[in-house]
Design a protein around this ligand. Structure first.
Ligand code: ACO
Length: 323
């Protein structure tokens, strides 16, 4: 019997505190006009001092469970994609599992920076398709504000905090009726680590460090690598990119998204974007955008959805699913 991982529900959480471009331009040499024109970002959410990544993740997970009509006892796998864990160990997934009152199954984190949700979706899909687990909570959650250098205008204006979650369930072909994660394509080129990294860590410096990025070099890599991943993932499903209903990109920069849309001949009205109000929430941005599309009624059951991301590593990838 072949099993498919279908998305049964999704949930989102954004911290209450909003930081606008105008407010940022009072503390760092930038302007609303520069940020909007170069990135499409107007504002971002910032976690409160006592709010940790696991808190954001637990909020999003509860919302996803509610939308799936499930509770903690239904879940036997918790995976959190994050680059900003609460602690060096245990995993944020272990902390979230306890916060949700889940007493069975496994829990672990996946770290692929902004590509984390695609890496984690691909991993969870395989756990479910193999029959090893039945229902998973897959969460992308970040408090990127904690690893920003707030004096570096080239990076601090780009990121925000938030969390998004999927509940995925293993179903046989009859029950799935064509829905589910169809395939994914993951890449990494570790030679490009210097383009985007954090200058600290447990083993290297015994500190957390701050985000460092050669933004224009990353930008030049982005459209080519993202488009390649998207074309590959649809080719593996024997369809064309233009056959999809919805494009849910990682929200790094509006100009990158528009470049990909143009290169692959997609229509602007097929794209779900949240970047204006959220900035780049790293591993959380794809589930946050997906949930926005579901909540406002654009993404409907059975729609063909293409997800993609690129981030530190460099890592990049894409995934194709029927909602
Ligand atoms: N406000 C005003 N001026 C600024 C700011 C700012 N916030 N930041 C940079 N500048 C200046 C620079 O100093 C430079 O000035 P100069 O010409 O006098 O030297 C000028 O603006 C142009 O700088 P660039 O870096 O060339 O600007 P660019 O058009 O490339 O935009 C940006 C920068 C937005 C960072 C863009 O390169 C980008 O989005 N890159 C990709 C980011 C990305 O996709 N990252 C991957 C995911 S993130 C992750 O994995 C963690």
């Amino acid at each position: 019997m072949s099993l498919t991982a279908i998305v049964r529900g999704c949930g989102a959480y954004l911290p209450e505190n909003v930081l606008t471009n105008e407010e940022l331009s009072k503390t760092v040499d930038t302007s609303d006009a520069w940020i909007r024109e170069r990135t499409g970002i107007k504002e971002r959410h910032i976690a409160a001092k006592d709010e940790k990544t696991s808190d954001l993740a637990a909020h999003a997970a509860r919302a996803a469970l509610k939308s799936a009509g499930m509770d903690a006892s239904d879940i036997d796998l918790v995976v959190v994609a994050t680059t900003t864990p609460d602690l060096t160990f245990p995993s944020t997934a272990a902390i979230v599992q306890a916060k949700l009152g889940i007493e069975q199954g496994a829990a672990f984190d996946i770290q692929a920076v902004c590509t984390g949700f695609i890496y984690a979706l691909s991993t969870v899909e395989k756990f479910l398709a193999s029959g090893q687990n039945k229902r998973a909570l897959l969460i992308g959650a970040e408090t990127f504000s904690r690893i920003l250098d707030w004096t570096d205008r080239a990076t601090c204006v780009l990121f925000g905090d938030g969390a998004g979650a999927f509940v995925l369930e293993a179903q046989d072909e009859t029950a799935a009726a064509g829905r589910g994660v169809m395939n994914s394509y993951l890449r990494c080129d570790g030679r490009l680590v210097d383009l985007l990294y954090v200058d600290g860590g447990v083993s290297a410096t015994q500190s957390t460090g701050h985000v460092r990025m050669e933004g224009n070099k990353v930008f030049r890599e982005a459209v080519i690598r993202i488009s390649e991943a998207m074309e590959r993932v649809v080719a593996d499903a024997c369809i064309k990119v233009t056959d999809i209903d919805w494009f849910v990109p990682h929200q790094a920069n509006e100009r990158i998204i528009k470049g990909v849309v143009k290169k692959l001949d997609l229509r602007p009205d097929q794209v779900i974007t949240t970047i204006a109000g959220q900035g780049n929430t790293s591993a959380a941005s794809i589930p946050l955008a997906y949930c926005a599309g579901v909540d406002d009624g654009r993404i409907k059951q059975g729609d063909l959805v293409l997800l993609e991301a690129m981030g530190g590593g460099l890592t990049w990838g894409a995934a194709l699913m029927r909602a």
